[in-house]
Design a protein. Structure first.
Length: 256
């Protein structure tokens, strides 16, 4: 009698690249098509199904490397990073980490950050809908006591910190920058990816803005977050910055 749990473990190991175990080979009934050939069908199906699904998630990465290169890298990725849950919409976020250590990508050190940004866009597209705070909302609630309030960023947001001009690379990959060359030594940037209504937007932000928003993300009050970036004084840009953030839909309206 076949030990189902052991069979599943052996099958998983084989699909992910290991040689078939003796137990696995002996558990499969012989047919005119050999056991090894039939097992190979399952391994190929696993790699092709997942890699083909992820190609659609990373079109900007593909614009830099081509479809064949991306497909080959994804076939390696799915072996090293198998799905941990059944929902494929949540699968593929580790591709940036994979590329950072993928030898064929060593000549393109920016590629992992491009993939990280692309996944952030994908993730925000698939995050639950949520109404954002508007500039009008902010003007109504701002006042002397608002500093003690906490403001939650909308759920559909991701920060990307890169050592490269990532937005320029994104624009080039999406056809917005023409064919001009980008100076990879021009400096890094911090991006905030959010979904406002039905549209995913990418905002470059300054370091102090990033620090301030991360403080809010961690549950700090507006005043505490402002103190972290030296904005807790009358001449600080705090009020104008909060108004701009609210105008761009950074905060959840569920807290008011």
């Amino acid at each position: 009698m076949v030990d189902l749990k052991l069979f599943q473990q052996d099958m998983t190991a084989y699909v992910l690249g290991e040689s078939p175990s003796t137990n696995l080979l002996s558990s499969i009934i012989e047919t005119p098509l050999s056991v090894k050939d039939r097992l190979q069908i399952h391994r190929n199906n696993y790699r092709l199904t997942l890699s083909d699904a992820l190609i659609g998630v990373y079109p900007i990465v593909m614009s830099f490397v081509g479809r064949d290169w991306l497909a080959a890298s994804l076939k390696n990725f799915v072996l090293e990073y198998p799905p941990q849950m059944a929902c494929l919409a949540n699968y593929g976020g580790d591709f940036a980490d994979f590329l950072a250590n993928f030898t064929p990508a060593a000549t393109m050190p920016y590629l992992s950050d491009v993939a990280r940004l692309e996944w952030a866009v994908h993730d925000c597209q698939n995050t639950r809908d949520e109404q954002s705070l508007t500039a009008t909302d902010w003007e109504k609630i701002s006042g002397p006591t608002v500093g003690s309030s906490t403001f939650r960023l909308i759920a559909a947001h991701k920060f990307i910190v890169s050592g490269y001009p990532l937005l320029d690379l994104w624009n080039m990959g999406s056809g917005q920058e023409g064919s001009g060359e980008i100076d990879l030594e021009s400096g890094g940037m911090i991006l905030l990816v959010i979904r406002s209504a039905t549209e995913v937007l990418i905002f470059p932000i300054e370091l102090n803005e990033y620090t301030f928003l991360k403080q809010l993300e961690n549950g700090e009050s507006i005043l505490a977050a402002a103190e972290a970036v030296n904005w807790a004084h009358s001449n600080s840009p705090l009020a104008q910055t909060m108004l701009r953030f609210a105008s761009n839909g950074f905060f959840s309206a569920e807290q008011i």
